[in-house]
Write a protein that binds this ligand. Structure first.
Ligand SMILES: *Cc1c(COP(=O)(O)O)cnc(C)c1O
Length: 386
C-alpha cells in the first residue's frame, strides 16, 4: 500500500491495485468477461453486473491514473479521442468552448467536424496569451487547453487559464498527454478535467491505443461515469492491462525521455542546417519561464525546422537509422514525423500556417535508446541533406 506522501515514482509502481485477496496476484487479472452471475434477480455479487459498467482490470487502471493525477476519479476509454468525445457529450447545444488554436489535429477535427454539428460553439484562440485568458467571453462554458501543445510545444500557464475561466464561471480541461503526471499536475492549479491519450507516454510501448478522462472533484464523478457507461467507449480489459503495465515504469521512462530530449534539442540548436528548434527546456523557447514554473522537466518531444521545406525534411527523415518515420509518440522507441502532411493534415493548410506549423517542421519523439546513439543518427542524416 502506498501513501500520498510517497513520491511519484513509488506510486507509479503500486497505484491502483493491492495484491488480490483471493489469490495474492501482484498484478490484476485480465478479466475477460462480458457479464457476471447474479444470486437473485437484480442482486449482482459485489456490484458487478456487466463489463461495460464494471471491470476489475479497467478499474485498476482507472484507480492508478486517478492516484497519479490526484483525481477524485479516473475513467478510461478506447482512445484519447473517445475520452475527449465523452467530455463533449457532457455539454449541450449552445455551450461555448474556448480552445487553444494549436491542438492535436484529431481534436481540432472532432471539435469542428462533429461536435460543432451538435450545436457546440468553438472559439480557437492563443491560450499562451495572458490577455486572451483574462478576457474570455462571458458565456464560456469550457476552456480547453493542451500544454505543451501538439506539435508546436506551446506552453499555456495553467494558473492563468484557471484564473481567467473562474472569472467567467467556466470549467477548465487540460490535455496532459505530453507532460504526463510525472512532469505536471494540472489539478494542483484547480482545473476541472484532465485528458490523456494513454496511447502515448502512459502506456509507453506503442502497443495499445487508449484514453483517460479524470475529474478533480468528487461531485463530477457521477456525471462522467454516467456518460462513460451510456456512450460506451470503454477500453478492453486487455488494453487496460497493457496500459497499467506501462504506468509501472512511467517515472523511469520520463526521466530518460527528458534528459535525452534536452541533449538533442541543444545539439540541433547548434547545428547549422537547422533553422529553428522548439523545446520548452531551451532558454530560447518563448514560454520557457512558464514551463519551468509548472513542469518538473520539459518532456520528450522536440521540434525542428529545416529551411528546405517538405523535400529537405523528407530526405532528412529517410536517412535516419534509429528514428522510425511514424505518427504517434511517447513510446520507448524514437519516432519522427512531419506534422504538416501527417498528424496535422486534418488541420486546414491556412490555419496550419497561421499558427506556425511550417511545411518543413519535423517532430521528434525522443525514445529511451542511448542518447549519444540518437545524436549520431541525427548528425549523419543532417550531413547527407545539408
Ligand atoms: C494522440 C493525441 C490525442 C488523441 O489520442 P488517441 O489515443 O490517438 O485517440 C489527443 N491529444 C493529444 C495531445 C495527442 O497527442
Amino acid at each position: 500500500m502506498t501513501s500520498s506522501k510517497d513520491s511519484f515514482g513509488t506510486r507509479a509502481v503500486h497505484a491502483g491495485w493491492v495484491p488480490d485477496e483471493q489469490t495474492g496476484a501482484v498484478m490484476p487479472p485480465i478479466c475477460m468477461t462480458s457479464t457476471y452471475v447474479q444470486d437473485a434477480p437484480a442482486q449482482p455479487r459485489n456490484g458487478f453486473e456487466y463489463s461495460r459498467t464494471q471491470n476489475v482490470t479497467r478499474f485498476a487502471l482507472q484507480d492508478a491514473l486517478a492516484d497519479l493525477e490526484g483525481a477524485a476519479a479516473g475513467f478510461t476509454f478506447t482512445s484519447g479521442m473517445a475520452a475527449i468525445h465523452t467530455l463533449m457529450l457532457m455539454l449541450k447545444p449552445g455551450d461555448r468552448i474556448v480552445a487553444g488554436n494549436d491542438l492535436y489535429g484529431g481534436t481540432h477535427r472532432l471539435f469542428t467536424k462533429i461536435a460543432a454539428r451538435f450545436g457546440l460553439i468553438f472559439d480557437f484562440v492563443d491560450t499562451t496569451d495572458p490577455a486572451v485568458l483574462a478576457s474570455l467571453p462571458s458565456d464560456t462554458r469550457l476552456l480547453y487547453i493542451e500544454t505543451p501543445s501538439n506539435p508546436l510545444l506551446n506552453v499555456t500557464s495553467i494558473e492563468a487559464a484557471v484564473k481567467g475561466a473562474k472569472r467567467v464561471g467556466a470549467e477548465v480541461a487540460v490535455d496532459n498527454t505530453f507532460a504526463t503526471p510525472a512532469l505536471q499536475n494540472p489539478f494542483d492549479f484547480g482545473v476541472d478535467y484532465i485528458i490523456h491519450s494513454t496511447t502515448k507516454y502512459i502506456s509507453g510501448h506503442s502497443d495499445v491505443v487508449g484514453g483517460a478522462l479524470l475529474v478533480r472533484e468528487e461531485g463530477k464523478k457521477e456525471d462522467v461515469w454516467f456518460h462513460q457507461n451510456s456512450a460506451g467507449t470503454v477500453n478492453s480489459p486487455f488494453d487496460a492491462f497493457l496500459t497499467l503495465r506501462g504506468v509501472r515504469t512511467l517515472a523511469l521512462r520520463m526521466e530518460r525521455h527528458c534528459e535525452s530530449a534536452q541533449m538533442l534539442a541543444e545539439f540541433l540548436q547548434d547545428h547549422s542546417s537547422i533553422s529553428k528548434v522548439i523545446y520548452p527546456g531551451l532558454a530560447s523557447h518563448p514560454h520557457h519561464a512558464i514551463a519551468k514554473d509548472q513542469m518538473r522537466a520539459f518532456g520528450g518531444m522536440v521540434c525542428c525546422e529545416l529551411p528546405g521545406g517538405i523535400p529537405q525534411a523528407t530526405a532528412f527523415v529517410k536517412h535516419l537509422r534509429l528514428f522510425t518515420l511514424a505518427e504517434s509518440l511517447g513510446g520507448v522507441e524514437s519516432l519522427i514525423e512531419l506534422p504538416a502532411p501527417m498528424t496535422h493534415a486534418s488541420v486546414p493548410a491556412a490555419h496550419r500556417r497561421a499558427i506556425g506549423i511550417e511545411d518543413g517542421l519535423v517532430r521528434l519523439s525522443v525514445g529511451i535508446e542511448n542518447a549519444e546513439d540518437l545524436r549520431r543518427d541525427l548528425e549523419q542524416a543532417l550531413a547527407q541533406v545539408s
